[in-house]
Ligand binder design. Structure first.
Ligand code: BGC
Length: 436
C-alpha cells in the first residue's frame, strides 16, 4: 500500500461511487422486462448461468446502500434509473425514495437515464427508440427534477453498441458486426434529445458517461499504427467526435441512417460536463487472423485489427492490465483533440475487479489512478469529480457474479444480501477525510 498521502483535489470536487440499476436492484418481478432479462435466459449467455433477478436487492435495501455511502464520506452517488422500472407502477416512487434518502444523507444524487437495460421489445436499430427514450427522460425529470440537479443521459453507448449489437456478448445479443452502427447513431440521437428534454425541465448540469480507452499501436510499423487508429475511431471517436465536434470521423457518416447532418446538431448539444469511464488502454496491431482476447471483447478473425495483451503489468481478476498513466493520457488526449469543445470532465467510472475482503490490490489500483488523475489536473485538464466503480459487488453482466468490483462485499448466497465493507472502503474513507 502506498504510504505517501494523496495530493489535494480542487475545492468542490465531486467524490462519488457508481452503480447501475440492473446490476444492483433486483426486484425484477416489480418492473417490466428488459433486453437483459431476455438475454440472461439464453443458455450459455452468462458465464455462471445466473440472472440479475435479485442481484444486491437494492430495491429493498437501498437504505443500507445510502448508509454505506454516508459512512464512506462521498458527496455524490451515481445510480441509474431503470427504464422498464420507471415505466412500471411504483417505479418512480422507488427513485423518489432513493433521492430523498440521499439528500437527507448529504449525498448528491447523480442519475444515469440509460445504463443498458432497454425495455424488451424496443430496439436501438429503430430510430423511434430515440424518441421513446426522450419521453422516458421527460417523465423522470418531471418527477425528480425538483430534487436532482446533475444528470447523465447514457452510459457507454460504445460498449452497448459493440458488445451488445456487434459481437453479441451482451444483451440484446446481436452479432451484426459493422451493421451495428445504426444502434450507435440512434443512441447518440437519443442522448441529444435527452439533453434537450432535461434542459426544458430546468436541468443545468447535464452530461454523458462515455468509455475511453487510449489505444496503443503494437509497434511503429505502418500497419500496426493504422490498425490502432482504426480501433481508436471505433471505440472512442465514433462517439466522442459527434458528441463534442458535431461530426463523425471520416467515412462513418455515410454508414449512418437518416438525415445525419440534422441529427448531429442534436447529438452535439452543449454539455455541462463530459463523463469518462476509464479502465485500461488497448494494445492494437494489424490483423493476425487469430483471436486475441481482452476482457470480454473477443475479436473474430477478419476484423481489421488484433488486440494484444499489455505485458509487464499487474492484472486485475478480470485480466485487465493496471495502467494508471492511461488515465492521464486519456484526459490530456481528450483536451488535446477537443480543446475548448471539451467541457469540464468528471470521471464517472474507474475501478477494478478483485476477490476478497482484504483487497490490497484494489487499494493500490485506486491509489495509483487517483495520482494519475491528479497529474492530468496539474497538466491543465479541468476535472471536477471522480466516481469509483463500484460501491457494491454486483451483477457484472455476462460475467454474472464472478467479478467483484465493489468497495463493499455482497454475499449473494445470503437472503439478506449481507454487505460487508472491504479494506478498500476504509482506505477510501480515510483518503476522503484527509481531503480539504
Ligand atoms: C460499465 C459497468 C461495468 C463496468 C465493469 C463499465 O463498462 O458501465 O456497468 O460493470 O464497466 O465492467
Amino acid at each position: 500500500m502506498a504510504v505517501d498521502p494523496l495530493p489535494s483535489f480542487p475545492p468542490g470536487f465531486l467524490w462519488g461511487a457508481s452503480t447501475s440499476a440492473h446490476q444492483i436492484e433486483g426486484a425484477a418481478h416489480l418492473r417490466g422486462q428488459s433486453v437483459w432479462d431476455v438475454f440472461e435466459a439464453r443458455p450459455g449467455a452468462i458465464r455462471d448461468g445466473s440472472t440479475a433477478a435479485v442481484a444486491c436487492d437494492s430495491f429493498h435495501r437501498h437504505r443500507e446502500d445510502v448508509a454505506l455511502l454516508a459512512g464512506l464520506g462521498v458527496n455524490a452517488y451515481r445510480f441509474s434509473v431503470s427504464w422498464p422500472r420507471a415505466g412500471s407502477p411504483g417505479g418512480l416512487e422507488y427513485y423518489e425514495r432513493l433521492v430523498d434518502d440521499l439528500l437527507a444523507a448529504g449525498v448528491r444524487p447523480v442519475p444515469t437515464l440509460f445504463h443498458w437495460e432497454l425495455p424488451a421489445g424496443l430496439d436501438w436499430l429503430e430510430r423511434d427508440t430515440a424518441a421513446r427514450f426522450a419521453d422516458h427522460v421527460e417523465r423522470v425529470a418531471a418527477r425528480l427534477g425538483d430534487r436532482v440537479s446533475t444528470w447523465i443521459t447514457l452510459n457507454e453507448p460504445a460498449e452497448h453498441t459493440i458488445l451488445g449489437h456487434a459481437l453479441g456478448v451482451h444483451a440484446p445479443g446481436r452479432t451484426l458486426m459493422f451493421d451495428a452502427l445504426p444502434a450507435a447513431h440512434h443512441q447518440l440521437l437519443a442522448h441529444g434529445l435527452a439533453v434537450r428534454a432535461l434542459r426544458a425541465a430546468g436541468a443545468t448540469d447535464v452530461g454523458i458517461a462515455a468509455s475511453h480507452s487510449p489505444t496503443w499501436p503494437l509497434s511503429a510499423r505502418e500497419e500496426d499504427v493504422a490498425a490502432a487508429e482504426f480501433y481508436d475511431v471505433l471505440m472512442n471517436r465514433t462517439f466522442s467526435d459527434p458528441l463534442l465536434l458535431g461530426r463523425y470521423p471520416d467515412g462513418l457518416a455515410e454508414l449512418m441512417p437518416g438525415d445525419v447532418d440534422a441529427d448531429l446538431e442534436t447529438v452535439s448539444e452543449r454539455l455541462d460536463f463530459y463523463g469518462v469511464n476509464y479502465y485500461a488502454p488497448s494494445l492494437v496491431g494489424a490483423p493476425t487472423g487469430e483471436n486475441s482476447a481482452y476482457g470480454t471483447l473477443d475479436v473474430p478473425a477478419g476484423i481489421p485489427f488484433s488486440l494484444h495483451e499489455i505485458e509487464g503489468r499487474p492484472k486485475t481478476h478480470f485480466g485487465w492490465p493496471v495502467v494508471p498513466e492511461g488515465l492521464t493520457e486519456t484526459l490530456t488526449g481528450l483536451r488535446g483533440r477537443y480543446g475548448d469543445r471539451l467541457p469540464p470532465v468528471v470521471i464517472t467510472e474507474n475501478g477494478c475487479s478483485y476477490p476478497g475482503l482484504d483487497d490490497q490490490d484494489r487499494i493500490a489500483f485506486l491509489d495509483s489512478h487517483l495520482r494519475a488523475l491528479h497529474r492530468a489536473i496539474e497538466e491543465g485538464v479541468d476535472v471536477r469529480g471522480w466516481f469509483v466503480w463500484s460501491l457494491l459487488d454486483n451483477y457484472e453482466w455476462n460475467e454474472g457474479y464472478e467479478q467483484r468490483f465493489g468497495l463493499v462485499h455482497v454475499d449473494f448466497d445470503s437472503p439478506e444480501r449481507t454487505r460487508t465493507p472491504k479494506a478498500s472502503y476504509a482506505w477510501l474513507r480515510d483518503v476522503l477525510r484527509a481531503q480539504p
